[in-house]
Ligand binder design. Sequence first.
Ligand code: N01
Length: 484
Amino acid sequence: MTAPREPRIVIIGAGVSGIASAITLRRNGLNDFVILEKGSDVGGVWHWNRYPGLTCDVPSQLYQFGFAPKPDWSHIFAPGPEIQGYLADVVDRFELRSHLRLNAEVVAAEFTGSGWRVETGDGAVYEADFVIAATGVLHHPATPDIPGLGEFTGDVLHTARWDDAVPTAGRRIAVIGTGSTGVQVVSALQPKADRITHFVRSPQWVIWAPMWMPQPALVGAVLDRLPQVNQTLYQVGMAGAKLFTDVVTRPSWRRRAVQEFARLSLRAQVRDPDMREQLTPDYQPLCKRQVLSGSYYRALRARNAELVTMGIDAVTATGIRTVDGRHHEIDMIVFATGFQAHNYMRPMNLVGREGISIDDAWAKGPRAYWMTAIPGFPNLFTVLGPNSPTGSIPLHHAAEVTAKYITAWIQRWRAGEFDTVEVTESATERFEAEVGEALGPTVWSTGCNSWYFTEGGNIDLLPFNRRTMESALATPDDRDFRLR
Ligand code: N01
């Protein structure tokens, strides 16, 4: 009997999905892998984002890997640095460091006919049988091209590329953008700023939540001592998350109740009718990625804060001019303007079978069969790729389930069942049609604009519940793939 061949695997990215992939491979006896990470440390979005006030608005006990529970989170909603520390700790605990290449940006990956040739910016080349692209969704910062920006003499920062060396206390700060980030950064900067001006193009619904609430030390101690209880708590959390999936994907009284709470959060915290009107969105709560905060409205009501809903005309040398001709004197502009969320692996030069580039394959927008397999790109899988459940199912879990699915394919390669595996066009089209139909009743389709939408107008989310996702990814279905 011949020994099984050992697959060589390149994982691109050391964020949540790259770490989940590496550990899943390792737990299944696949050890010949390298993780190429563009950043100087692991953590992905939690490495790149370090703006003041960064907090995860998903409860920490759910925002962790099922295989690596952390009992002792400091808060119910953990601060960003603690999450980054957790991810770094998981990398150490599972001994991934020797597989990791930091500051290694993949610039090109080409299918060779039987595998992949992957190249990093420093000229290193990796030959692989499989590539796992775990490159993240919210990675490329979007900075609007506002007239005059180049003339501004103060500091300009994007929240996703924060620079701690730039002072914020005692300064006149403009924050542009009202997503989860803008709301957090305004709340954090307001107390010490000389003046904070929040430029809000479209207000968001902001659901009140006690983001500052600590997790009692006793809870951490008990969960640490009793892993069974910890596991049960995780399962309870997952069951709770199911309710959230239901709320966003199906109209019901539960959805209406959450939406009413969003409206109440505004009414109860903003008494001034003018301000309340300015802060009232013209779309349903939950339509965009829901913002949670217990401090934003209070920060806006402070004496040193101003809400500006007038459009921005231009940036000048010393401030921002709005379309009504008013000039706002500013020392520092903070862009909380989000990400180019549908770039995925790009701008990497990714070339699949018969020379097809990912830009051509995705000319009409990113697409992948069950978030992971792309026609024309054999032996390549994405984790948290197109249509991932970023707005509905705990992300670590989605990454784990996808990583197990990919590992199942690689195990079959190892056993010699095939040399290349590629999803069919028809299976991908069928998946897209199912997604399109299921998106109909979701709250995301109720008429708003957000980063969930691709340029082509598709909603880049998974409109199914966790069980459906798990069962679709439980076992590879050969009928949807071409094996050679
Ligand atoms: O980005 P966004 P974000 N002039 O795209 C505005 C995750 N996250 O970084 O709506 C003026 O939501 C834009 O206005 P409009 C979470 O998934 C998680 O805040 O287009 N404004 C909008 O207000 C989140 O959804 C955590 O009119 C301009 C804002 O910029 C995702 O990251 C924490 C503009 C962009 O909002 C992205 O959130 C933080 C312009 N020219 C973030 N261009 C957790 O806690 C854009 N805007 C887990």
